[in-house]
Design a protein around this ligand. Structure first.
Ligand code: DMJ
Length: 491
């Protein structure tokens, strides 16, 4: 059994984690390197701007060239291992860990094992075999969706359904697919609106739905998971419902080709015309492109191209020589705000996947400026003034995800250097004795008390991928969901 799990794992993930491995403390060397890195990256950022300058090459080569990738892989793996252990010690069987108080959080009063399910594929990919086996055994033995709880369809789809599906593909454990099928069936009532666009909430036992006013991300970020569920179970209904909802949303775009921030799924009317690429809209665009790739769906590909052209035309904004994507009215195109944040930082990665590496590089350089304002990323800034509008950092992965796509696409070692800056900042500001915790302010570095499941599923996974060999993920066959769950095309 073990051998076949390893073989499957290698097929998806390659052998990256096995060639990692030089443990041991390199602290002093690291501090010296970090000081140099900050300066190098500053020069590199300038070089990414529209008016190219030619900074003198820093002594010792461009940023990132001296980074010891296997050692960085080992550092990330060690952080995943200790974070998982903290979960097992203080929150075993619950949804999430509160690392400061060493207590557990259940989203809906009773657990649906959000952290173990979300983290399973990261444990497998990074070769934490015993930890992965423990997570899988817990899920197999205890997870049940027959609960009288009303859940958020979007969150449960991306974290739990996605985690079960990638876990199934990586381990071959048929119980995980059974659980995914059961969950998918319980979520299906959300699509019963007059427009076919999903309600926001559903009761897992009764099928009672609620939340007619919802947003593009919650409507449009379901197709990778439900489509893969269809392919793996042979039940087309999941794919068809999710695709119909995505197309219904696209059909309600404005004449400019933009979508707003809030829509009523019963009337089909927009409630908020505010258009941007941040939270509430972001992954709708991501799934147009990624679903077209995973399912070879040319119509969705055309929808993505039309959408990104509208984003580039109306949302993109230049400020002090840098590229940003702000807010506009979806109907008039009038600019309504110049805010950008941690969630917007998914866009460079998706632009890379869509083939626009030049724009992606410029936008990631802007994201990195945002990170560097306080040495770790604020949730929202105003890019005109560079003032912080929302100071929290809930351990988000998006800027790291984009750095990985760019490192892969360009081979530029500056993205390795960026990855090191990200990891060092996380360790310096967000690590506790028992896992990592959210920051409530990057201005004061005040800490909250939560290790969100996506920190293991996404933040650490993308950090690992930045330093791992390219064959860690076979992007010709694998698409990563918005929660970083790798779905492999076997159809
Ligand atoms: C994750 O749960 C997903 O990436 C989602 O699409 C939005 N953001 C969080 C992490 O920031």
């Amino acid at each position: 059994m073990r051998r076949s799990v390893q073989a499957r794992h290698d097929a998806v993930c390659g052998a990256a984690q096995r060639d990692g491995g030089r443990p041991g403390c390199r602290a002093r060397l690291r501090v010296r390197r970090e000081v140099a890195l900050a300066g190098w990256l500053g020069l590199w950022l300038l070089a990414c701007g529209p008016a190219p300058r030619a900074p003198a090459p820093p002594p010792g080569g461009p940023p990132g060239t001296s980074i010891d990738r296997p050692a960085m892989v080992e550092r990330v793996r060690a952080e995943l291992r200790s974070s998982w252990r903290a979960y097992t010690r203080y929150a075993w069987g619950h949804d999430e860990l509160r690392p400061v108080t060493r207590t557990a959080r259940d989203w809906y009063g009773e657990s649906i094992l959000i952290t173990p399910v979300d983290a399973l594929d990261a444990l497998v990919m990074m070769g934490l075999t015993e930890e992965a086996a423990a997570a899988r055994a817990l899920i197999d033995e205890r997870l049940s969706f027959d609960k009288d709880i009303t859940v958020k369809n979007f969150e449960i789809t991306i974290r739990v359904l996605g985690g079960l599906l990638s876990g199934y593909q990586l381990t071959g454990d048929a119980k995980l697919l059974q659980l995914a099928d059961d969950l998918g069936a319980r979520l299906l009532p959300v699509f019963g609106s007059p427009t076919g666009m999903p309600y926001m909430y559903v009761n897992l036992r009764t099928g009672q739905v609620s939340g007619a006013k919802t947003n593009p991300a919650e409507i449009g970020t379901l197709l990778l998971e439900l489509g893969a569920l269809s392919k793996l179970t042979g039940k087309p209904i999941y794919h068809d419902k999710a695709r119909r909802a995505l197309v219904a949303l696209y059909a309600r775009r404005s004449p400019l080709g933009l979508v707003g921030e809030e829509i009523d799924v019963e009337s089909g009317q927009w409630v908020s015309p505010n258009s941007h690429v941040g939270g509430g809209i972001d992954s709708y665009y991501e799934y147009l492109l990624k679903a077209s790739i995973l399912f070879g769906d040319a119509e969705l590909g055309a929808m993505w191209r039309a959408s990104v052209a509208a984003l580039d035309r109306y949302l993109a904004d230049e400020s002090t020589g840098a590229l940003w994507y702000g807010q506009v009215d979806m109907t008039t195109g009038r600019r309504t705000a110049t805010e950008f944040g941690a969630l917007h930082a998914f866009l460079p990665g998706v632009l890379v996947l869509g083939g626009d590496v030049a724009r992606a590089r410029r936008l990631e350089a802007s994201c990195f400026q945002m990170w560097q304002l306080r040495g770790i990323e604020p949730e929202v800034i105003d890019y005109r003034t560079m003032a912080i509008r929302a100071p929290g950092y809930p351990l988000r992965p998006e800027i790291i995800e984009s750095a990985w796509y760019l490192r892969r696409a360009t081979g530029d070692p500056a993205y390795l250097a960026m990855g090191q800056v990200f990891l060092d900042a996380l360790v310096a500001h967000a690590r506790t004795d028992d896992g990592f915790t959210v920051l409530t302010s990057v201005e004061t570095m005040a800490r909250g008390d939560l290790m969100p499941s996506y920190f293991l599923a996404e933040t650490l996974k993308y950090l690992y991928l930045i330093f791992a060999p390219d064959d860690a993920i076979d992007l010709d066959r694998v698409v990563l969901t918005t929660e970083a769950h790798p779905l492999r095309r076997t159809w």
